[in-house]
Design a protein. Structure first.
Length: 385
């Protein structure tokens, strides 16, 4: 039964399903969760049932609606695991993990429930990961007297495997990146490190390491740490960053010579300019406050000035792929600047624009993540072969 005010006159648009046309931000985040059902991050019917419990623009209704279904899937996973139904348990834990991610998403930066719900997301994913074949390896990578958090996932077999370090951006973290990139890499014989870097996931929430522009430093620490894992071929390493992570991946590839291939899954060029143009009352602005660890918008604007590829892009020596939806929620200008700037600097850069006709035209292919996975996974499998 729909809550009062929660009814929708949704429609399909060029960027995908718009559930509440009067509320683009809520619609975009719902589309993101809905798309990830294709890769095991939920069930279509569950997502639409959740939507009947959400009042557009009401963050608390969003939180409660996703939490209810997340907890139901988590509890079912535990029950089925106890019966020895391990494939069912694994699938339910994966759904629970991504539902808990959505549950946390609209909470204010300072809301204490963030860590509680994130911990549920993480625990559900780790429980599922213990049932992967082979099981995931939990990584705690020493970094500046604290730790970067991540997972190592490998294909079945001995290896060593070409390996991609994959990470999210402004608000995505390692558990979600599995549904956007990681799963497809494993299926193509490429190992994957799902990473929470500074300003992301567990590294932000537990270590209080905030966003920084010089991602070659944490990525270098990850590559050093991987020396202890013989299943990783450190001669065939790539990086893949989604959304804001598109900047992080390109920046790291400009300074870290051990990277042989880089993907910006969603183009970024001058992040600081984007932030300076943003509305401090927007949904994304609240996430910037969270990852920078401050509520002072002018401080965030100032600290973000170094998040700019233009001064450094000429240092990139590896192959570089930009994957960008033509109806990206944040526009197409960054893609034009990124590929133009990279090519002008002599970088071996390729851009793959994803169109409405094939679907996947949304930001980071949130409307059809399977297509994004196929494009990115096949490219890495070819380049790192």
């Amino acid at each position: 039964m729909a809550r009062d005010g929660a009814r929708t006159c949704g429609e399909y648009r060029e960027q995908g399903w718009e559930h509440w046309p009067e509320d683009p931000w809520f619609s975009y985040q719902f589309r993101r969760a809905l798309g990830e059902t294709q890769e095991g991050g939920g069930a279509v019917s569950e997502c639409f049932r959740i939507a009947t419990r959400i009042l557009p623009g009401d963050n608390e209704s969003w939180f409660e609606a996703w939490r209810e279904v997340a907890e139901r899937n988590r509890d079912r996973a535990r029950e089925e695991a106890g019966k020895g139904h391990l494939k069912t348990a694994r699938a339910a834990w994966l759904r629970a993990s991504d539902y808990f991610r959505s549950c946390e998403f609209m909470l204010p930066a300072t809301d204490k429930r963030r860590l509680e719900i994130f911990s549920e997301c993480e625990a559900s994913f780790q429980a599922a990961g213990e049932l992967f074949e082979p099981p995931l390896t939990i990584l705690q990578i020493p970094f500046e007297s604290r730790s970067l958090h991540g997972y190592l996932l490998t294909p079945p077999g001995e290896g060593p495997w070409p390996t991609v370090i994959a990470f999210g951006g402004l608000d995505s973290f390692k558990e979600e990146v599995y549904f956007m990139v990681g799963k497809g890499l494993i299926e193509r014989g490429v190992a994957c490190v799902l990473l929470d870097g500074p300003g992301q996931g567990a590294t932000l929430r537990r270590e209080h390491l905030y966003a920084r522009h010089d991602w070659e430093v944490p990525i270098g620490a990850v590559i050093d740490h991987l020396a202890g894992y013989p299943q990783v071929d450190r001669q065939r390493l790539g990086v893949c960053g989604t959304s804001l992570g598109g900047y992080y991946a390109a920046r790291a590839a400009c300074f870290e010579p051990r990277i042989k291939a880089a993907v910006s899954h969603g183009a970024e060029w001058d992040v600081g300019a984007e932030i300076r143009a943003d509305n401090p009352a927007s949904g994304s602005a609240e996430h910037y406050r969270f990852i920078f660890g401050t509520s002072d918008w002018s401080e965030i604007q100032e600290r973000s000035r170094d998040f700019n590829l233009e001064p450094v892009i000429s240092k990139m020596k590896c192959k570089y792929l930009i994957v960008h939806g033509v109806h990206d929620f944040f526009g197409g200008e960054q893609a034009e600047l990124a590929v133009g700037g990279a090519r002008k600097a002599g970088v071996d850069a390729t851009i793959r624009l994803v169109t409405p006709e094939e679907t996947g035209a949304d930001h980071c292919q949130h409307d059809n993540p399977t297509l994004g996975i196929e494009i990115i996974g096949d490219w890495f499998a070819d380049v790192l072969a």
